[in-house]
Design a protein. Structure first.
Length: 191
């Protein structure tokens, strides 16, 4: 098995265990065992558990952002980009429930607090399609001039709760209902 394969196996094992058992319930030795590597091998790829937790989140976030950026040309209207962002996010979480549980846990941990603060303040130097969309919408008078944290909550709060409820079987989110939900989120943030 080559190094990239071992790294991916470790990432998959970490996702499985951390999403199911929590950040404190899955020690590095257990992750290594689940990945089929020696306990010391995991440290060849990740300097610490904190680094592994953050890199796993960034990997998931990168896949989501890539899908958003793939369809979000700067020339399309803000409303259409908003729909795309919400649709990609909600469908990604529905299609990847284990990753959803991990992301939700991450955002409700000290790791997520630090990450969200950096993101809202634009300090992390990464592509931020959602932040950029909100700022452009505000500047063009299409989106309400509210703090970014409020716009994120009004948009993504309902999507996260509904993704969770879909995964738990409380509601079935089909294409029509997803469109109606996104319209409702838009109604909350549009000017």
């Amino acid at each position: 098995m080559s190094k990239p394969d071992k790294r991916q196996e470790i990432m998959h094992a970490a996702l499985d265990l951390l999403a199911e058992q929590g950040f404190h319930g899955a020690p590095m030795a257990q992750i290594a065992s689940h990945a089929g590597v020696a306990a010391g091998t995991i440290y060849c790829y990740f300097e610490s558990r904190d680094v592994l937790i953050r890199e796993l989140y960034h990997d998931i976030e990168g896949r989501i952002n890539a899908q958003i950026e793939e369809g979000a040309a700067a020339s399309i209207p803000i409303r259409h980009r908003f729909n795309l962002v919400c649709s990609v996010l909600l469908n990604y979480f529905i299609d990847h429930p284990l990753e959803f549980r991990y992301v939700e846990q991450f955002h409700n941990s000290p790791y997520g607090t630090e990450h969200r603060r950096d993101k809202l303040l634009g300090r992390n130097g990464e592509a931020q399609p959602c932040r950029d969309l909100f700022l452009l919408g505000i500047s063009e008078g299409v989106i309400k001039d509210l703090p970014l944290v409020v716009l994120y909550a009004m948009t993504f709060g309902p999507l996260v709760i509904l993704a969770r409820d879909h995964i738990l079987g409380f509601v079935v989110l089909d294409k029509t209902l997803i469109e109606r939900i996104i319209d409702a989120c838009w109604d909350g943030v549009k000017r």
